[in-house]
Design a binder for this molecule. Structure first.
Ligand code: HEC
Ligand code: HEC
Length: 195
């Protein structure tokens, strides 16, 4: 546990140092191979093969482009708060957010460990409503991000963040999450992680 925290802190220090360099280079618009250089630090946490290095870090490889762009914008604007991602997002120039989103959206979602267990009966009907936006199979689309195969801990935490008013960067999600009990949210997280 302690070692993991240390490695995250180390990664954050590297990123903040890296961010300063990105800011220095931010004046000129990015050419395509520039993007490759600018996303190098992302792999420290989000993984160099698409698998995040810790359970509370989301998968960004193969995630929907519009969602990725919006989240980077929200971290930069302070509409979504996380200390590490705030530091990272402040190092990304406005004109680079769309190419960075496209870069990660074009990658393949990492192979997970699908579970054959179906959803807990207490959440079956609730899962139906979610798919109007998150799409059948929770694969994501224009109306909402992919949820299938995100880490269980990340899912549980971010759903709790919506329910508790910690994450407010969407109008609908806080209400949907407040309408569930914590046990229901965590059962949903477990199910989605196993898809
Ligand atoms: C020091 C670790 C770290 C680094 C480096 C890092 N991230 Fe993150 N990122 C996180 C964590 C932790 C979260 C989840 C934070 C939260 O709960 O809001 C996150 C969340 C995100 C999200 C939101 C995804 C979602 O499903 O909600 C995006 C998009 C993202 N990061 C993009 C990037 C990009 C692009 C880079 C490189 C420029 C990067 N990150 C570098 C730790 C990091
Ligand atoms: C009306 C459309 C809609 C419905 C219905 C909906 N969502 Fe969402 N959800 C969204 C959108 C849009 C986002 C992205 C919010 C943002 O901009 O960060 C989101 C984000 C999320 C996230 C965070 C993903 C991440 O990577 O950070 C989770 C988890 C989630 N929804 C779970 C659910 C669950 C579970 C249900 C059903 C109980 C549900 N949602 C119903 C639209 C919806």
């Amino acid at each position: 546990m302690f070692a993991r925290h240390l490695s995250i802190i180390f990664a954050a220090a590297v990123v903040i140092a890296g961010a300063a360099i990105v800011i220095v280079g931010a004046a000129s618009p990015a050419a395509a191979d520039d993007i490759e250089a600018k996303v190098g630090a992302c792999g420290l946490c989000h993984g160099t093969d698409g698998r995040p290095v810790g359970p509370e870090i989301p998968v960004i490889w193969g995630q929907k482009q519009n969602f990725l762009v919006k989240e980077i914008h929200d971290y930069r604007a302070g509409d979504r708060y996380n200390a590490l991602m705030a530091a990272v997002a402040h190092g990304i120039a406005q004109e680079d957010t769309r190419p960075i989103g496209a870069y990660f959206a074009a990658k393949t979602w990492p192979k997970g460990t699908p579970s054959s267990a179906g959803p807990d009966p207490s959440i079956t009907d609730k899962l139906e409503q979610c798919q109007a936006c998150h799409q059948p199979g929770f694969l994501g689309g224009d109306q909402g991000p992919r949820l299938a195969g995100l880490n269980e801990k990340y899912l549980a935490k971010t759903m709790d963040d919506f329910a508790n008013g910690q994450r407010t960067n969407n109008l609908d999600m806080p209400g949907f999450m407040k309408a569930l009990t914590q046990d229901e949210r965590h059962a949903i997280a477990k199910y989605l992680a196993g898809l």
